[in-house]
Design a protein around this ligand. Structure first.
Ligand SMILES: [Zn+2]
Length: 155
């Protein structure tokens, strides 16, 4: 089996934990919601869809830092209860093989390319984006709502 040329970067645990704490403390930009569909509430920490009935925290996350033309903050979910950070970082997460768009950024956080993973496999799309030496990282986002899902770095 071919060794992966990239590494999956899930949301850091401290950001998930902070989101949970702020939701419990009643921060107005942090909401606790109950998942009501099997594929609508992706947890950015364990990189699985929350299942109907599970509680998730919804809060804004700055995936591209402030001070750049492509700066971006947007809504993400994490499980409201503690979950294990996605650990199989050499493997593309099974729950997100469909329905993602891959955005390539350079080291200045400029978006330089993007490609939808349609009926194809995600790995060749990612490898193609990394063939451009300008690509510093690739962000996987929801193709429908545009929300940040996880980052991908060179291995
Ligand atoms: Zn989770």
């Amino acid at each position: 089996m071919k060794t992966s040329t990239f590494r999956i970067v899930p949301l850091p645990t401290e950001i998930a934990e902070r989101g949970r704490r702020m939701a419990v403390s009643g921060a107005p930009d942090h909401a606790i919601v109950i998942a009501d569909s099997p594929r609508g509430y992706p947890c950015r920490h364990c990189l699985c869809f929350a299942q109907p009935g599970e509680r998730v925290v919804l809060f804004p996350y700055q995936s591209i830092p402030a001070g750049h033309p492509y700066s971006e903050s947007g809504p993400i979910f994490v499980h409201a209860e503690s979950c294990d950070r996605y650990a199989a970082t050499h493997q593309f997460p099974a729950d997100f093989r469909e329905g993602r768009v891959m955005r390539a950024y350079n080291s200045k956080f400029d978006m330089i390319d993007a490609e939808i993973v349609g009926d194809s496999e995600p790995e060749p799309v990612i490898e193609k984006l990394f063939q451009n030496l300008e690509t510093a990282f690739v962000d996987a986002r929801s193709v429908t709502r545009g929300c940040f899902t996880f980052r991908i770095q060179r291995a």
